[in-house]
Design a protein around this ligand. Sequence first.
Ligand code: PA5
Length: 462
Amino acid sequence: MKIDFNHMLQASIGEHGISGQEIEVMAARVPQVHKNMCDKKDAMAWRNLPYNQSSVVEEINKEAKRINDHFENFVVLGIGGSALGSKALFTGVKHLKYNELSREKRGGVRFYVVDNVDPDGINALFDVIDVKKTCFHVITKSGNTVETMSQFMIVLDKLQKEMGDHFKDNIVLTTDKESGILKKISNQYGFKTFTVPDGVGGRFSVLCPVGLLSAAVLNIDINELFAGAKEMDAACTKESLWENPAYMYALLYCTAMNKGVNISVMMPYADGLLNMAEWYAQLWAESLGKRYGNDGSIVNKGQTPVRALGVTDQHSQIQLYAEGPFDKIISFIDVENFHTQLKIPQAPIDMLDAAYLQGQTVNKLIASEMRATEYAVTQAGKMNMRITLPEMNVKEIGALFFFLEMATAAAGEFLDINAFDQPGVEAGKIATFALMGREGYEEKAAELSKASGKDDQFIYTV
Ligand code: PA5
C-alpha cells in the first residue's frame, strides 16, 4: 500500500497547503504522542487483536462451518461499530453481487447486515429470507442498544412463530463478557456467545468476533486479515514521523484541523470500498468529535467526515471540492489492479467523437479519472492525499483498517482528547430509553417533555 501525502503540502498546492514550518512545529509533539501511544497500548486493546486471538479464531471457524452447513442466510443485527466493519469487509473483498450469485459460486450463505430500525428496511429483509434457514448474529458490546435489542426481539418472535421453541441454533450473540442485557440473555438461554474483549470499543472492533464471525462465514481468511494488520502495525508503531504513516496522517490532518479545515472526505475509486469510507466516517467522527479535552477544558474538536465515491461523485461533489471553500481534505483511495478487466469494445455503430474509447479498458478509464480529478483539485489548491492499494485483497483491507485505526488514535493524542469514548452518542441513547418508557429513565422523560417548545412561525405545513 502506498500512502502519498504530497498534495497536503504548500510546496505542491500553494498557500492553502501545510508549510514545512507548520510540520516542524507539530513534529515537536511527536515524541509525546509516541510516548502516549506506547504507554496507553494496553488500554487500546484493539491493537493486540491481530496477535492474541488464535483460540477464539478456531472457535469462530468452527461456528462459521456450522452456519454454512446448516443455513442459507447469515444476518448481522447491530449498529455503528457493531455493523460497519463487517459491511466494509464484505464489500471490500467479496463479489459485489455476492447475494445474487448461486450458492455454488458463493461457496456459502447469503450475507446481510441490518443496522437500522426502518420498518420498511427490516420487513424487506423478511420478504427475501426464510427465517428458519437463517442464522442471526446479534452484536452489541453494551448489550443494551435499543435498535439491536428491538431487531433481536422481532427476530425471536418470527423464529418462535415458525419453529416453536427450536430456534436456539439460529442465534449467535456477541457482547461484553459480563455486563448488559444481552449477556444476561445469553446466560439464561445458552445461545452460542462470543465476547468483545475488554478495551475494544465498537468502532475499533472489526478484528474481534464482531467482524471475524462474518469474515469466517464469508470464507475470508482471518489469518490474511491479521497479516495485513500486523504489517501495518509494524510501520505504525515506529517512533519516527518519517517512517510512520499513521503519525504523518494524524499530524497533517490535525494541523489542517487547527487551521479550520474541518471536513475530511474519503473518496475511494472502487464500489467495494464505499463501505470502508462509511466505516472511516464513524471512526473519525466518533473518535475525534469531542467537547472536552483531556484536561477537562472545552475544546469542541473534530472534523466532519464525508464519504464520496469515485467516479460517481465527480458528477455531484467535485465541483464544490474544486471551487468551493478551502475547508476540506480529500483522501483518494485507488486500486491498481481490479479483480476483473473490462474492455470497451468496438461498437456496432459509428460512435463519432466517442470512438477514441474503443479498444481501451474501463480499468484505464477509472484510473485516469482518479488522476484527472486529483490533478484538478491540486491545481485548485485543495488539500488532498492518496492511498493506493495494489489490489483489494484480504491482506490489504486488514492493513487499511489498521492504518486508519492507528491514525485515528494518534490524532486523538495530537488533539489531546479521548478518542475512545462517545458521550455524545450516550446522551442520545439515554434520551431514547426515556422516550421509549424504559424503567429507571423517568426523570429524563420528564426533562424531555419539558424541553423548550417550538415556534410555529418557523414551521411550514404544506
Ligand atoms: O463505536 C462505538 O462504540 C459505537 O458506535 C457503538 O458501536 C454503537 O453505538 C453500538 O453500540 P453497541 O455495540 O453497544 O450496541
